[in-house]
Design a protein around this ligand. Structure first.
Ligand SMILES: [Zn+2]
Length: 248
């Protein structure tokens, strides 16, 4: 309780000062939807970003120095996800590790062990890891590495990153079970046939990746998602509390 009061006081003092002046110029470029947003959404985004930047422990890896611009960019993408959320500013993520490019990790399937290159990672009750090079490149193609990794975190808020996020009601939970299973199956079939898909084929890997990939498309290409996958769009609207297909 005392910790919460201290944090609330610290946040009040932080937000009493104006945000960095350069943010006015950076925001419309960093957040695709910013120019068309209401002042309420804009103010919420900026407040969340300032709290996010101030309260996370930032660490550059492989010699990378995490600049203010990098923190801004990561905070902008992550906090865009919170426009329809009340009372949460990713407090569950304490640390953000940033690599200059993809990083090598050991992987195994229980039998074999190998090394693979990764763009990002989200640890349950642990850090978010991001490759800066991939983060910037991906933004041009309807992908969003930051949204992807923070979606894994959102998925894990109910105790496990299993592709079954927390829902307010049982009915939506049941809908999600059915819709995500059918949509994953469709994605797998279309990928096998070599058909171009709106959702990244990586989403057919498992339930957790399907939720993360769908979240990327929900924020980056919402109109297209609503048009081609309306049931998926509707459920994600409930998860994130927003209707981005109406954004301009
Ligand atoms: Zn993933």
């Amino acid at each position: 309780m005392i910790g919460k009061w201290i944090r609330a006081g610290r946040r009040r003092r932080l937000l009493a000062k104006p945000p960095p002046r350069e943010w006015g110029e950076w925001l419309p470029t960093a957040v695709l939807w910013y120019a068309g947003w209401s002042s309420e959404y804009r103010e919420k985004l900026v407040a969340n970003m300032r709290i996010f930047i101030a309260e996370k422990y930032w660490e550059g890896c492989d010699g990378l120095v995490v600049t203010d611009e990098m923190k801004f960019m990561i905070a902008a993408q992550a906090c865009m996800m919170l426009t329809g959320v009340e009372g949460y500013c990713f407090e569950g993520v304490k640390t953000i590790l940033v690599y200059p490019q993809q990083f090598r990790r050991k992987a195994n399937d229980g039998l074999l062990e190998w090394h693979e290159w990764r763009s990002g990672e989200a640890w349950e009750r642990g850090p978010i890891v991001l490759a800066w090079g991939d983060l910037v490149d991906g933004l041009d193609y309807g992908h969003n590495l930051v949204v992807h990794e923070f979606a894994h975190h959102v998925d894990g808020l109910n105790g496990s990153m299993s592709g079954r996020p927390w829902f307010k009601d049982r009915e939506t939970e049941r809908d999600w079970e059915r819709v995500s299973r059918e949509e994953m199956q469709l994605l797998r079939e279309q990928t096998n046939l070599g058909v171009d898909t709106l959702l990244d084929p990586y989403g057919s890997t498992n339930r957790a990746e399907f939720f993360a990939v769908s979240s990327e498309t929900f924020f980056e290409l919402p109109k297209e998602l609503r048009q081609h996958h309306p049931r998926l769009y509707d459920i994600l609207s409930k998860v994130y509390g927003i209707d981005p297909a109406g954004w301009t």
